[in-house]
Design a protein around this ligand. Structure first.
Ligand code: CA2
Length: 146
């Protein structure tokens, strides 16, 4: 079971700014917590982050046949990117959309997700636990589909 975690723009700044919204943990701290859960689930995880939409699109395309699932925090591209939506649909790799914050409790422009319709489901609002829950959802979803 191989799960690819993809992180979108500005998530490299986690732990350095806006702790009130996104918490104090860095992306490396989050990855460590996910790896603890992955070991329990006997899943292999890979973590990547990019500020570039096209790089995320390429990684989604390349995941086909290599990863069993993608857990994706597309950050602001969640609300804007038809290219990422099309890549998820084309790759056919089951994808879980995640968010640190509860986007529905924030500005209205964050309420819509262009990628949610092509994802298996959406988890948000639980901070670092959204990542851990995303992994659990991805692994159990794949196991159920076997
Ligand atoms: O809540 C989430 O995980 C988001 O995907 C985060 C995105 C935001 O655009 C989405 O609406 C919800 C923003 C990520 C920016 O991360 C920062 C981290 C530290 C300091 C500044 C930005």
């Amino acid at each position: 079971m191989k799960v690819l975690f993809l992180n979108g723009p500005n998530l490299n700044l986690l732990g350095t700014r806006e702790p009130g919204i996104y918490g104090n943990l860095t992306l490396a701290d989050i990855e460590s917590k996910v790896r603890v859960e992955a070991a329990k689930l006997k899943a292999e995880v890979e973590f990547r982050q990019s500020n570039i939409e096209g790089e995320l699109v390429t990684w989604i395309q390349q995941a086909r046949g290599v990863f069993n699932a993608i857990v994706l925090n597309a950050a602001a591209y969640t609300h804007t990117s038809i290219a990422i939506r099309d890549a998820i649909a084309a790759a056919g790799v089951p994808t879980v959309e995640i968010h640190l914050s509860n986007v529905h409790a924030r500005e209205s422009f964050r309420h819509d997700s262009l990628i949610a319709p092509v994802c298996r489901g959406v988890i948000g609002g639980f901070g670092v636990n959204s990542y851990v829950l995303g992994l659990i959802a991805a692994v159990s979803d794949i196991e159920c589909g076997k």
